[in-house]
Design a protein around this ligand. Structure first.
Ligand code: PMP
Length: 362
Protein backbone atom coordinates (compact mmCIF):
# COMPACT_ATOMS: atom_id res chain seq x y z
CA UNK A 1 0.00 0.00 0.00
CA UNK A 2 1.18 3.52 -0.80
CA UNK A 3 2.07 5.95 1.92
CA UNK A 4 -0.68 8.11 3.35
CA UNK A 5 -0.05 11.86 3.59
CA UNK A 6 -1.22 14.30 6.27
CA UNK A 7 -4.71 15.21 5.09
CA UNK A 8 -5.97 18.61 6.22
CA UNK A 9 -9.19 18.38 4.22
CA UNK A 10 -12.17 20.24 5.70
CA UNK A 11 -14.50 17.37 4.86
CA UNK A 12 -14.79 14.60 3.93
CA UNK A 13 -11.81 14.40 6.20
CA UNK A 14 -9.22 12.05 7.65
CA UNK A 15 -10.59 9.06 9.57
CA UNK A 16 -8.87 7.09 12.35
CA UNK A 17 -6.49 4.56 10.79
CA UNK A 18 -7.55 1.62 13.01
CA UNK A 19 -11.14 2.26 11.90
CA UNK A 20 -10.17 2.18 8.23
CA UNK A 21 -8.26 -1.07 8.75
CA UNK A 22 -11.27 -2.64 10.43
CA UNK A 23 -13.61 -1.37 7.74
CA UNK A 24 -11.41 -2.95 5.10
CA UNK A 25 -12.05 -6.33 6.69
CA UNK A 26 -15.74 -5.63 7.21
CA UNK A 27 -16.22 -4.74 3.56
CA UNK A 28 -15.25 -8.29 2.73
CA UNK A 29 -16.75 -10.25 5.59
CA UNK A 30 -18.22 -8.72 8.72
CA UNK A 31 -18.30 -10.66 11.99
CA UNK A 32 -17.58 -13.95 10.22
CA UNK A 33 -20.95 -13.76 8.46
CA UNK A 34 -19.42 -14.43 5.03
CA UNK A 35 -21.06 -11.21 3.80
CA UNK A 36 -19.62 -7.71 3.67
CA UNK A 37 -21.16 -4.76 5.49
CA UNK A 38 -22.23 -3.16 2.20
CA UNK A 39 -24.20 -6.27 1.29
CA UNK A 40 -26.11 -7.02 4.47
CA UNK A 41 -29.83 -6.37 4.81
CA UNK A 42 -30.53 -3.40 7.03
CA UNK A 43 -33.13 -5.58 8.78
CA UNK A 44 -30.87 -8.55 9.45
CA UNK A 45 -29.21 -9.63 12.71
CA UNK A 46 -25.74 -8.41 11.75
CA UNK A 47 -26.99 -4.92 11.05
CA UNK A 48 -29.21 -4.97 14.16
CA UNK A 49 -26.04 -5.23 16.17
CA UNK A 50 -24.22 -2.58 14.16
CA UNK A 51 -26.92 0.03 14.68
CA UNK A 52 -27.70 -0.89 18.30
CA UNK A 53 -24.03 -0.58 19.25
CA UNK A 54 -23.66 2.68 17.34
CA UNK A 55 -26.60 4.18 19.24
CA UNK A 56 -25.36 2.83 22.59
CA UNK A 57 -21.82 4.13 22.06
CA UNK A 58 -23.09 7.48 20.82
CA UNK A 59 -25.13 7.75 24.03
CA UNK A 60 -22.29 6.58 26.27
CA UNK A 61 -19.87 9.16 24.85
CA UNK A 62 -21.99 12.18 25.75
CA UNK A 63 -24.06 10.65 28.55
CA UNK A 64 -27.20 11.21 26.49
CA UNK A 65 -30.29 10.64 28.65
CA UNK A 66 -33.26 8.48 27.62
CA UNK A 67 -35.31 11.59 26.98
CA UNK A 68 -33.30 12.14 23.79
CA UNK A 69 -33.35 10.09 20.59
CA UNK A 70 -30.33 9.32 18.41
CA UNK A 71 -31.19 9.34 14.70
CA UNK A 72 -29.17 8.56 11.60
CA UNK A 73 -30.60 10.47 8.66
CA UNK A 74 -29.59 11.34 5.11
CA UNK A 75 -29.37 14.52 3.05
CA UNK A 76 -26.46 16.04 4.95
CA UNK A 77 -26.55 18.97 7.32
CA UNK A 78 -28.02 20.98 4.45
CA UNK A 79 -31.24 18.97 4.76
CA UNK A 80 -31.37 19.86 8.44
CA UNK A 81 -31.34 23.53 7.44
CA UNK A 82 -34.95 23.02 6.28
CA UNK A 83 -36.00 19.91 8.24
CA UNK A 84 -35.50 21.78 11.52
CA UNK A 85 -37.84 24.69 10.72
CA UNK A 86 -40.25 22.43 8.81
CA UNK A 87 -40.77 20.45 12.03
CA UNK A 88 -40.21 23.07 14.70
CA UNK A 89 -41.18 26.48 13.31
CA UNK A 90 -44.91 27.06 12.95
CA UNK A 91 -46.37 29.55 10.44
CA UNK A 92 -46.18 33.01 11.94
CA UNK A 93 -43.77 31.97 14.70
CA UNK A 94 -40.23 33.37 14.98
CA UNK A 95 -36.98 31.45 15.29
CA UNK A 96 -33.82 33.22 16.42
CA UNK A 97 -30.55 32.57 14.61
CA UNK A 98 -26.98 33.55 15.43
CA UNK A 99 -25.31 34.45 12.16
CA UNK A 100 -21.66 33.43 12.40
CA UNK A 101 -20.85 32.40 8.85
CA UNK A 102 -21.86 30.98 5.51
CA UNK A 103 -23.48 27.86 6.99
CA UNK A 104 -25.53 29.92 9.44
CA UNK A 105 -26.67 32.05 6.50
CA UNK A 106 -27.80 28.99 4.60
CA UNK A 107 -29.72 27.76 7.63
CA UNK A 108 -31.35 31.19 7.96
CA UNK A 109 -32.38 31.26 4.30
CA UNK A 110 -34.15 27.90 4.64
CA UNK A 111 -35.90 28.81 7.90
CA UNK A 112 -37.40 31.86 6.18
CA UNK A 113 -39.40 29.51 3.95
CA UNK A 114 -41.37 28.37 7.00
CA UNK A 115 -41.67 31.23 9.45
CA UNK A 116 -40.03 34.41 10.66
CA UNK A 117 -36.34 34.62 11.41
CA UNK A 118 -34.83 37.05 13.86
CA UNK A 119 -31.05 37.35 13.67
CA UNK A 120 -30.19 37.75 17.34
CA UNK A 121 -26.48 38.35 16.77
CA UNK A 122 -24.18 38.50 13.77
CA UNK A 123 -20.49 38.80 13.03
CA UNK A 124 -21.09 39.43 9.34
CA UNK A 125 -19.90 43.07 9.42
CA UNK A 126 -16.47 41.85 10.53
CA UNK A 127 -16.22 39.15 7.89
CA UNK A 128 -17.31 36.55 10.47
CA UNK A 129 -14.00 36.77 12.34
CA UNK A 130 -15.57 36.38 15.80
CA UNK A 131 -18.22 34.64 17.87
CA UNK A 132 -20.70 36.90 19.67
CA UNK A 133 -19.94 36.85 23.39
CA UNK A 134 -22.24 35.87 26.26
CA UNK A 135 -25.03 38.40 26.65
CA UNK A 136 -24.46 39.92 23.20
CA UNK A 137 -27.42 38.25 21.52
CA UNK A 138 -30.68 40.24 21.41
CA UNK A 139 -33.44 37.66 21.35
CA UNK A 140 -37.00 38.09 20.11
CA UNK A 141 -39.87 37.81 22.58
CA UNK A 142 -40.64 34.10 22.35
CA UNK A 143 -38.36 32.39 19.87
CA UNK A 144 -39.53 28.94 18.75
CA UNK A 145 -35.87 27.98 19.09
CA UNK A 146 -32.38 29.51 19.00
CA UNK A 147 -30.14 28.16 16.25
CA UNK A 148 -26.36 28.45 16.18
CA UNK A 149 -23.41 26.91 14.33
CA UNK A 150 -20.97 25.69 16.97
CA UNK A 151 -17.95 25.69 14.64
CA UNK A 152 -17.69 27.77 11.50
CA UNK A 153 -15.74 25.56 9.14
CA UNK A 154 -15.02 28.25 6.56
CA UNK A 155 -14.01 31.10 8.88
CA UNK A 156 -12.28 29.05 11.57
CA UNK A 157 -14.30 30.30 14.54
CA UNK A 158 -15.87 28.23 17.29
CA UNK A 159 -18.17 28.82 20.24
CA UNK A 160 -16.28 28.22 23.50
CA UNK A 161 -19.57 27.45 25.25
CA UNK A 162 -23.24 27.39 24.36
CA UNK A 163 -24.83 30.80 23.79
CA UNK A 164 -27.40 31.80 26.38
CA UNK A 165 -30.98 31.04 25.46
CA UNK A 166 -34.31 32.45 26.71
CA UNK A 167 -35.86 30.12 29.29
CA UNK A 168 -39.00 29.67 27.18
CA UNK A 169 -36.96 28.41 24.22
CA UNK A 170 -34.31 25.79 23.43
CA UNK A 171 -31.05 25.58 21.51
CA UNK A 172 -30.70 23.96 18.09
CA UNK A 173 -27.12 23.45 16.97
CA UNK A 174 -25.41 22.71 13.68
CA UNK A 175 -22.41 20.87 15.12
CA UNK A 176 -21.24 19.47 11.78
CA UNK A 177 -17.63 20.47 12.19
CA UNK A 178 -17.00 19.98 15.89
CA UNK A 179 -19.40 17.29 17.08
CA UNK A 180 -17.77 15.06 19.70
CA UNK A 181 -14.51 17.00 19.58
CA UNK A 182 -15.07 17.94 23.25
CA UNK A 183 -17.54 17.15 26.02
CA UNK A 184 -21.11 18.27 25.34
CA UNK A 185 -24.08 18.57 27.68
CA UNK A 186 -26.86 17.44 25.39
CA UNK A 187 -29.53 18.47 27.89
CA UNK A 188 -28.80 22.10 27.07
CA UNK A 189 -30.19 21.51 23.59
CA UNK A 190 -33.47 20.61 21.95
CA UNK A 191 -31.76 19.32 18.83
CA UNK A 192 -28.20 18.85 17.60
CA UNK A 193 -27.34 17.86 14.05
CA UNK A 194 -24.10 17.07 12.28
CA UNK A 195 -23.11 15.80 8.87
CA UNK A 196 -20.77 12.89 9.61
CA UNK A 197 -17.98 13.67 7.20
CA UNK A 198 -15.68 15.63 9.50
CA UNK A 199 -15.54 14.10 12.96
CA UNK A 200 -17.69 10.97 12.68
CA UNK A 201 -17.42 9.05 9.44
CA UNK A 202 -18.12 9.17 5.73
CA UNK A 203 -20.46 11.66 4.06
CA UNK A 204 -24.04 10.57 3.52
CA UNK A 205 -25.09 10.15 7.14
CA UNK A 206 -26.34 12.91 9.41
CA UNK A 207 -26.43 12.41 13.14
CA UNK A 208 -29.44 14.02 14.84
CA UNK A 209 -29.89 14.12 18.61
CA UNK A 210 -33.39 15.28 19.46
CA UNK A 211 -35.30 15.78 22.69
CA UNK A 212 -38.24 13.40 22.70
CA UNK A 213 -40.97 15.95 23.40
CA UNK A 214 -40.07 17.74 20.17
CA UNK A 215 -41.20 14.70 18.20
CA UNK A 216 -44.78 15.03 19.35
CA UNK A 217 -46.36 17.39 16.92
CA UNK A 218 -44.56 18.74 13.90
CA UNK A 219 -45.34 22.38 13.15
CA UNK A 220 -47.19 21.39 9.97
CA UNK A 221 -48.31 18.46 7.88
CA UNK A 222 -45.10 17.08 6.40
CA UNK A 223 -44.14 14.27 4.03
CA UNK A 224 -43.42 11.10 6.02
CA UNK A 225 -39.67 11.17 5.41
CA UNK A 226 -39.36 14.76 6.64
CA UNK A 227 -40.90 14.12 10.04
CA UNK A 228 -38.40 13.40 12.81
CA UNK A 229 -41.06 11.26 14.47
CA UNK A 230 -41.03 8.85 11.51
CA UNK A 231 -37.36 8.13 12.05
CA UNK A 232 -37.63 8.01 15.83
CA UNK A 233 -40.56 5.57 15.74
CA UNK A 234 -38.65 3.31 13.38
CA UNK A 235 -35.22 3.56 15.04
CA UNK A 236 -33.74 5.17 11.91
CA UNK A 237 -34.99 2.27 9.78
CA UNK A 238 -38.23 3.56 8.31
CA UNK A 239 -36.54 3.11 4.93
CA UNK A 240 -33.10 1.80 4.01
CA UNK A 241 -30.70 3.82 6.16
CA UNK A 242 -27.15 4.80 5.20
CA UNK A 243 -25.96 1.44 6.48
CA UNK A 244 -22.26 1.74 5.79
CA UNK A 245 -22.15 5.24 7.24
CA UNK A 246 -23.81 4.00 10.42
CA UNK A 247 -21.34 1.11 10.60
CA UNK A 248 -18.38 3.42 10.22
CA UNK A 249 -19.72 6.00 12.64
CA UNK A 250 -20.13 3.19 15.16
CA UNK A 251 -16.48 2.24 14.74
CA UNK A 252 -15.45 5.88 15.16
CA UNK A 253 -17.48 6.06 18.39
CA UNK A 254 -15.56 3.02 19.67
CA UNK A 255 -12.29 4.65 18.67
CA UNK A 256 -13.22 7.80 20.61
CA UNK A 257 -14.21 5.67 23.64
CA UNK A 258 -10.86 3.87 23.48
CA UNK A 259 -9.03 7.20 23.31
CA UNK A 260 -10.31 8.87 26.42
CA UNK A 261 -13.84 9.69 25.31
CA UNK A 262 -14.81 13.30 24.72
CA UNK A 263 -12.43 14.55 27.43
CA UNK A 264 -9.66 12.68 25.67
CA UNK A 265 -10.62 14.27 22.35
CA UNK A 266 -10.66 17.73 23.89
CA UNK A 267 -7.17 17.37 25.37
CA UNK A 268 -5.86 15.92 22.12
CA UNK A 269 -7.48 18.66 20.03
CA UNK A 270 -6.27 21.46 22.29
CA UNK A 271 -2.68 20.22 22.12
CA UNK A 272 -2.87 19.75 18.34
CA UNK A 273 -4.24 23.23 17.69
CA UNK A 274 -1.74 24.80 20.10
CA UNK A 275 1.19 23.30 18.20
CA UNK A 276 0.08 25.18 15.08
CA UNK A 277 -1.34 28.39 16.58
CA UNK A 278 1.85 28.89 18.62
CA UNK A 279 3.92 29.07 15.45
CA UNK A 280 1.42 31.36 13.71
CA UNK A 281 1.23 33.66 16.74
CA UNK A 282 5.01 33.94 17.03
CA UNK A 283 5.31 34.97 13.39
CA UNK A 284 4.64 38.25 11.58
CA UNK A 285 4.84 36.42 8.26
CA UNK A 286 1.58 34.54 8.87
CA UNK A 287 -1.67 36.14 10.05
CA UNK A 288 -4.51 34.23 11.66
CA UNK A 289 -7.91 35.52 10.53
CA UNK A 290 -10.15 34.73 13.52
CA UNK A 291 -10.22 36.87 16.66
CA UNK A 292 -8.12 35.19 19.40
CA UNK A 293 -11.06 34.53 21.73
CA UNK A 294 -13.10 32.95 18.93
CA UNK A 295 -10.70 30.74 17.09
CA UNK A 296 -11.45 27.17 16.25
CA UNK A 297 -9.61 24.08 17.39
CA UNK A 298 -10.88 22.31 14.27
CA UNK A 299 -10.17 24.68 11.37
CA UNK A 300 -7.14 26.95 11.58
CA UNK A 301 -7.45 29.75 9.03
CA UNK A 302 -4.49 31.96 8.21
CA UNK A 303 -2.99 34.13 5.52
CA UNK A 304 0.49 34.62 4.14
CA UNK A 305 2.05 37.97 3.18
CA UNK A 306 0.49 37.91 -0.31
CA UNK A 307 -1.40 35.62 -2.67
CA UNK A 308 1.66 34.55 -4.63
CA UNK A 309 3.36 33.35 -1.46
CA UNK A 310 0.13 31.63 -0.39
CA UNK A 311 0.06 29.71 -3.69
CA UNK A 312 3.67 28.70 -3.19
CA UNK A 313 2.91 27.68 0.39
CA UNK A 314 0.11 25.36 -0.69
CA UNK A 315 2.24 23.87 -3.46
CA UNK A 316 5.33 23.38 -1.30
CA UNK A 317 3.21 21.93 1.50
CA UNK A 318 1.67 19.39 -0.88
CA UNK A 319 5.17 18.47 -2.02
CA UNK A 320 6.14 17.88 1.61
CA UNK A 321 3.16 15.60 2.28
CA UNK A 322 0.61 18.10 3.69
CA UNK A 323 -2.55 17.99 1.61
CA UNK A 324 -5.77 20.03 1.56
CA UNK A 325 -4.52 23.35 2.94
CA UNK A 326 -6.25 25.71 0.52
CA UNK A 327 -8.74 27.99 2.27
CA UNK A 328 -12.40 27.81 1.28
CA UNK A 329 -12.93 29.30 -2.17
CA UNK A 330 -15.01 32.14 -0.67
CA UNK A 331 -12.25 33.41 1.65
CA UNK A 332 -8.89 32.35 0.18
CA UNK A 333 -5.72 31.93 2.22
CA UNK A 334 -4.95 28.69 4.04
CA UNK A 335 -6.96 26.44 6.28
CA UNK A 336 -5.65 23.51 8.28
CA UNK A 337 -8.55 21.28 9.33
CA UNK A 338 -7.50 19.06 12.20
CA UNK A 339 -10.58 17.14 13.31
CA UNK A 340 -10.47 14.37 15.94
CA UNK A 341 -8.78 11.81 13.73
CA UNK A 342 -6.03 14.11 12.48
CA UNK A 343 -2.88 12.81 14.18
CA UNK A 344 -0.90 14.92 16.69
CA UNK A 345 2.35 14.07 14.89
CA UNK A 346 0.89 15.67 11.75
CA UNK A 347 0.38 18.93 13.66
CA UNK A 348 3.94 18.86 14.98
CA UNK A 349 5.35 18.14 11.55
CA UNK A 350 3.23 20.91 10.05
CA UNK A 351 4.39 23.37 12.74
CA UNK A 352 7.96 22.65 11.64
CA UNK A 353 7.00 23.08 8.00
CA UNK A 354 5.49 26.50 8.84
CA UNK A 355 8.75 27.59 10.46
CA UNK A 356 10.89 26.27 7.62
CA UNK A 357 8.73 27.89 4.94
CA UNK A 358 8.91 31.23 6.71
CA UNK A 359 12.70 30.96 7.08
CA UNK A 360 13.03 30.34 3.32
CA UNK A 361 10.42 32.80 2.08
CA UNK A 362 10.17 35.48 4.77
N1 PMP B 1 -22.72 23.09 8.41
C1 PMP B 1 -21.39 23.18 8.57
C2 PMP B 1 -20.84 23.83 9.80
C3 PMP B 1 -20.54 22.65 7.59
O1 PMP B 1 -19.22 22.73 7.74
C4 PMP B 1 -21.09 22.02 6.45
C5 PMP B 1 -20.26 21.38 5.39
N2 PMP B 1 -18.99 21.71 5.26
C6 PMP B 1 -22.48 21.99 6.32
C7 PMP B 1 -23.26 22.51 7.33
C8 PMP B 1 -23.13 21.35 5.13
O2 PMP B 1 -23.07 19.99 5.29
P1 PMP B 1 -23.54 18.93 4.20
O3 PMP B 1 -22.55 19.02 3.09
O4 PMP B 1 -23.50 17.65 4.98
O5 PMP B 1 -24.91 19.30 3.77
Amino acid sequence: MGERVFNFSAGPAVLPEPVLQEAREALWNIDGSGIGILEHSHRGKVFDRVIDEAVADCRALAGIPDSYRVLFLQGGASTQFFQVPANLLADGATADYLNTGAWSQKAIAEAKRYGKVHVAASSEDDNFCFIPGPGEARYSKRPAYVHFTSNNTIFGTQFRAEPDCPASSFLVCDASSDIYSRPIDVTRYGLIYAGAQKNLGPSGTTLVLIREDLLEKPARDLPTMLRYSTHAENDSRYNTPPAFGIYLMGRVFKWILANGGLEGMEARNEAKAKAIYDVLDASSFYQTTARDDSRSLMNICFRGPNEDIEKKFIKDAAGAGFDGLKGHRSVGGMRASIYNAFPPEGCDAFAQFLRDFEAKNG
